[in-house]
Structure formats: C-alpha cells, structure tokens
Design a protein around this ligand. Structure first.
Ligand SMILES: Nc1ncnc2c1ncn2[C@@H]1O[C@H](COP(=O)(O)OP(=O)(O)OP(=O)(O)O)[C@@H](O)[C@H]1O
Length: 273
C-alpha cells in the first residue's frame, strides 16, 4: 500500500496498488517542450495547405490555433507533434530531458478512445506504456485520476461513465506520463455547453499546475481565449493573426476583456481584420 492519500475522499479500496507492496511513487514532473518552425510548407498534390509558416512556441506556452474549416489546423498540428514531416522547411523541438517529441508529446482527441474492456484506472495506466511496472503504473494512474477528480471512478468501466467523465479519463491518460507537450485536437467539441466549461476549467488548472506546453485546435474562439496565452488564426496557408491573450488566469465567461479578444479573432477568421 503506498502512502498516497486522496484529497477527494475516495471510496475505500480504490487506491491500493496491485500486490500490496509498500512503495513511494511520485506522479513525476514535466519537462516542457519548445518548438521552432521555419518556412514550413505542406503540400498535398496540387494543394499547398501551409505556405512558409514561421512559428516559435516557447516552453510552457498555451497556444490555440483557430481558422475556417480546411485552413490547415490539423495539418499544422500533425507537424507540431511529429506525426508528419513537412514538404519543406525545418522544425526543431527542444526540452531539457533530450527526449524526442514523439516520446514527450500526447494528444487528447475529441473522442475519448477508451478501452471498453479495461477499468478506468487501467485505461489511464495505458498512457505510461510498457516500461513502467504494474504497481507503479497503478499508483500513478490513481494519482492522476485524483488530479482530474475522478478517483472515485477508478474501478468503474468506461461504459458506466458520462461523456464528460470519459473525456476526463482521456485527459488523465494523456497526463499520466507527464508529457512536455500536450496537444488538444477539438477535445471538447462533443460536450454540451456546461460540460465544456467544466472541462475548460480543468484543462486550465492542470496546465497551470503542471507547466507543460499546450497546443489547442478549436473552432470555438471563446474556448481559445479562455484557455490560451496566445491564439493564431490560419488563413490561406499562413498565420493571418498572432494574438497574445493578455488576461489573468483563471478566466471567467462573460469577462468583457475576453470579448474584445474574441471579436478580433472572429474578424480575422471572417476576413474583416
Ligand atoms: N493526408 C492528406 N492528403 C491529402 N489532402 C489532405 C491531407 N490532410 C489534409 N489534407 C487537405 O488539407 C487541407 C487542410 O486540411 P486540415 O484537416 O488541416 O484542415 P482543418 O483546418 O483542420 O479543417 P477542419 O477545421 O475542417 O478540421 C484540406 O483541403 C484537406 O483536404
């Protein structure tokens, strides 16, 4: 049994590691990644989707990417996490651990993509891969479930969770390896308005507490200004607007300062900026 004690008063019996061995397990620390893009082009046949993009994302920044459908957001995202190589230009990822971006980045998708035959805690432990022993993985998964306030669901099956809870499990699975770069690909698009706000607050809190670099692709400019330090608008394969969101965290819906940023972003997306 580890010395781990929840702040959220879990059901008894949900925090014991397998095998009952006493061990000290820490949730681990984040080594935030910085990214540098120079003259990036991405072409699919005759379709030149990205045109000479230059972008620096400092370690620990929360960057949101917005723009019309088909403007190249997902294409840029795939380059930023090392899933694709650009047609031309250079990308540089740097973190102090010296890991490759593939090893140090995680993605949270719109669909939670949980394993239906595995309990919540085991779904989260999957995020650690094969190199971590079962006991340690179990305890780390419980710690991260605690961070997303789902410790009481650790023994539950995914089918018994609500949509918002499933998305929190997917977030926990991404966080458990303490990634230096966490990428959100429209992660909240399938949630209703109230669940979206709760999830936004959670994402904002874990980002502020853990300090990873975050990149969010979204259609929702309100979501972008609530979460991000900086929002870029893609249009015609280029960065049409690069806007710092100079507002304190936590941010609140209905804040008139945020509405000004939203208006500027909407104007840029609709071509009026
Ligand atoms: N693997 C690919 N092969 C060919 N064309 C592609 C490929 N990936 C993307 N494209 C094209 O690149 C363009 C940009 O696509 P992308 O998915 O990046 O846009 P998006 O801004 O994310 O769109 P949405 O907001 O609708 O998700 C589209 O015209 C798309 O058809």
């Amino acid at each position: 049994m580890s010395g781990y004690v929840s702040r959220y008063a879990p059901r008894p019996g949900t925090i014991e590691p397998l095998g009952g061995q006493r061990q000290t397990v820490s949730a681990g620390a984040t080594e935030a990644v910085s990214i540098e893009l120079r003259r990036i082009d991405q072409t699919f046949g005759p379709n030149r989707v990205l045109r000479g993009i230059d972008l620096d994302v400092p370690a620990g920044q929360f960057l949101a990417i917005v723009g019309k459908s088909g403007c190249g957001k997902s294409t840029l995202l795939r380059l930023l996490v090392g899933l694709d190589r650009p047609t031309s230009g250079s990308l540089r990822f740097a973190d102090r651990s010296g890991d490759t971006v593939e090893a140090n980045a995680r993605i949270v998708f719109q669909e939670p993509r949980l394993l239906p035959w595995a309990r919540v805690v085991d779904n989260v432990a999957v995020g650690l891969g094969q190199d971590v022993d079962e006991n340690t993985a179990h305890v780390k998964a419980l710690m991260v479930l605690d961070e997303v306030q789902l410790l009481d669901k650790a023994d539950q099956w995914p089918a018994r969770l609500s949509g918002g809870q499933r998305q929190r499990v997917a977030l926990a699975r991404a966080l458990v390896s303490r990634p230096g770069l966490l990428v959100f690909d429209e992660p909240l698009g399938a949630l209703d308005a109230l669940k979206r706000i709760t999830m936004q607050q959670l994402v904002s809190r874990v980002w502020r507490e853990l300090g990873f670099t975050a990149i969010l692709v979204t259609h929702d400019v309100s979501e972008a200004v609530h979460l991000a330090d900086r929002v870029i608008v893609l249009d015609g394969g280029k960065v049409a607007l690069d806007l710092d969101i100079a507002a304190e965290h936590p941010r609140h819906h209905g804040d008139p300062d945020l509405a000004v940023f939203e208006r500027r972003l909407l104007n840029a997306i609709l071509g009026a900026d």
